[in-house]
Design a protein around this ligand. Structure first.
Ligand code: F0G
Length: 436
C-alpha cells in the first residue's frame, strides 16, 4: 500500500495515489510517496530476486533498472508500464579523475547511459506510467532540455500528447533536437527556466495538463531506484560519499529517499553522505547551506552558468534536497565555471565524458578533498547526469580555447586542439611523431 504524504511534519496530510496533485492541497508543501505497509521479504531474498530479474528472458519489466525494484514502487505487477529499458547504468572507475581530485579512487555512476542520455529517464518511466494509469491525455514539463527530451520520448512510447516549455536560447541543440524528433510540441518562451517552471505550475493547477517535473513525487520514485542499483553494484555497501549536481534538486531528493528506504528495510547498513554541487552563478542552495539553513531560502533572481542544465535560481524541490543533505551529513558547495570546464575535460580523459552540469561533481569533490571533508581513502561515487553529446558546442569551444562564460573567458587548461595540415603523408607523419 502506498499513499501521497505531505512532507511538512506539522501537516502530514495523506492523499490517495490517484489524487492528481503535485503539492499538499492543505499547506502547499511537497509530497512524498510513502509505503504504508512493510515489504515482508527478507533483505537477502529481495536482493537475490532483483538480481535474478536481470537474467530472465527479455522483458522490459524485468530488465529495466527501475522496474526491477517494483517491490518499492507504487504500482502493481499487473499495471501496464511505459519503459524504454532505462537504468542499469555503468559504474566506472575513473583513475585520472581520482588523481585530479586527490583521491585513491573515484567511481562515476553514469546516468548519461540512459535511453535519452540523461538521468531523467529513470523518473520519467514512472511518471508517464502514472499518467497512463490516470487516463491523462496531455503531459507537460518545463525544462532546461533533458527533462524535455526524456518526457518527449516516453510520451511518444505511451501515445500521449506532450508539450514542453523551454527558455528561448538556453537549451542545447542536441536536447531540442531530441524533443523535436520524439514529436513533442516545443514551446519557447522569453525568460529563464524559473519563469517556465512558474508558468507551467499555474497551468497545472488548472488541470490543463499533467505536470511531470520533479515536483511530481512519482518522478522521485523512479529516480530513487538509482540508489538501489548503485548499492547492488557495490555489494550493498553504499559509498562514504555520494556527490550529485544540484539544479531543481529532484535528483538529490531522490537519492536521499532511496538510501533512506534501503537502510530502513535493512538492505544496507549505512547511508552515504549526500553532497550537492552547484555552479557558482546559480547557487541558491549552496548559499542556504552556508547559513546552516537558518535563514529564509533566497532564490537567485538571475542565474548564470554555461552548465545550462542547472541554470536554475528557484529550485522547486529544495526542501527535500535539504532533508537529504542534513539527514546524511553532506555538504552543499558551488564551483566556478573554470572548475567545471576543467573537471569535464578530466572526465573525458578517463574515456567517460559527460555534459557540463555533471562535471560539477568532480570539481566539487576536488574542493571537498582540499578542505578535508572527503578523505583520500574514502569511497566516493559521483553521479554523472548527462551524456557528453548533450552539449557538443561547449566541448568544441573548450578544446579550441574559445569558451566564454558571462563576463569571463574560460581557459582551455586541458584543451585538445585540432591540427590542420596539408593532405600529404609527410605532413601527417610529423604530427604523429610528436605525439606522446
Ligand atoms: N544534471 C543534468 C544533466 C540535468 O539536466 C539536471 C536538471 C541536473 C543535473 C540537475 O538535477 O534538477 O534534479 O537537481 N535538468 C532539468 C531539466 C532541470 O529540465 O532537464 P536536479
Amino acid at each position: 500500500m502506498f499513499v501521497q504524504r505531505c512532507i511538512n511534519s506539522d501537516c502530514r496530510s495523506e492523499f490517495d495515489l490517484a489524487a492528481r496533485i503535485y503539492v499538499c492541497s492543505r499547506c502547499g508543501n511537497l509530497l512524498d510517496i510513502e509505503k504504508t505497509s512493510r515489504v515482508l521479504d527478507e533483505a537477502g531474498d529481495l536482493q537475490e530476486l532483483w538480481n535474478s530479474r536481470l537474467t530472465k528472458p527479455f522483458t522490459l519489466r524485468d530488465r529495466s533498472g527501475v522496474w526491477r525494484f517494483i517491490e518499492f514502487l507504487p504500482f502493481l505487477e499487473s499495471d501496464a508500464i511505459v519503459s524504454l529499458g532505462e537504468g542499469n547504468t555503468p559504474l566506472y572507475d575513473a583513475p585520472r579523475c581520482a588523481a585530479y581530485c586527490g583521491l585513491d579512487s573515484l567511481r562515476l555512476k553514469h546516468q548519461g547511459n540512459n535511453p535519452t542520455g540523461s538521468f531523467k529517464d529513470t523518473g520519467m518511466t514512472i511518471a508517464v506510467t502514472q499518467a497512463l494509469k490516470l487516463g491523462i491525455k496531455l503531459v507537460a514539463c518545463a525544462s532546461t532540455g533533458n527533462t524535455a527530451a526524456s518526457l518527449a520520448a516516453y510520451a511518444a512510447r505511451a501515445n500521449l500528447v506532450c508539450a514542453i516549455l523551454v527558455p528561448e536560447g538556453q537549451v542545447s541543440e542536441a536536447k531540442l533536437a531530441q524533443a523535436l524528433d520524439y514529436g513533442a510540441k516545443v514551446i519557447e518562451i522569453e525568460g529563464n527556466f524559473d519563469v517556465c517552471m512558474r508558468v507551467i505550475q499555474e497551468l497545472a493547477e488548472q488541470d490543463l495538463l499533467y505536470l511531470v517535473n520533479s515536483i511530481n513525487p512519482f518522478r522521485i520514485e523512479g529516480q530513487k531506484t538509482v540508489a538501489f542499483e548503485l548499492s547492488e553494484q557495490l555489494q550493498w555497501e553504499p559509498p562514504d560519499h555520494l556527490i550529485v549536481p544540484g539544479g531543481n534538486l529532484g535528483n538529490s531528493s531522490a537519492f536521499g529517499k532511496g538510501f533512506r528506504e534501503l537502510l530502513g528495510h535493512g538492505l544496507t547498513r549505512k547511508q552515504p553522505r549526500i553532497s550537492v554541487i552547484q555552479a557558482e552563478g546559480a547557487a541558491p542552495f549552496a548559499r542556504f547551506f552556508a547559513t546552516n539553513g537558518e535563514t529564509e531560502f533566497v532564490n537567485e533572481e538571475h542565474p548564470q552558468t554555461l552548465a545550462l542544465a542547472i541554470k536554475i535560481g528557484a529550485p522547486v524541490s529544495w526542501k527535500k534536497g535539504w532533508r537529504a543533505v542534513r539527514e546524511t551529513g553532506g555538504r552543499v558547495i558551488s564551483v566556478t565555471e573554470q572548475e567545471i570546464a576543467d573537471a569535464k575535460a578530466m572526465i573525458g580523459r578517463d574515456g567517460i565524458g559527460c555534459e557540463p552540469a555533471s562535471a560539477t561533481t568532480v570539481a566539487g569533490i576536488r574542493k571537498l578533498v582540499k578542505d578535508g571533508f572527503i578523505k583520500r581513502e574514502d569511497s566516493v561515487v559521483a553521479v554523472l547526469t548527462g551524456h557528453v553529446l548533450k552539449d557538443t558546442d561547449y566541448v568544441i569551444r573548450y578544446h579550441s580555447d574559445t569558451l566564454v562564460a558571462p563576463g569571463q573567458r574560460i581557459r582551455g587548461t586541458f584543451a585538445n586542439t585540432i591540427t590542420r595540415v596539408a593532405a600529404r603523408p609527410c605532413a601527417i607523419e610529423s604530427v604523429l611523431k610528436n605525439l606522446s
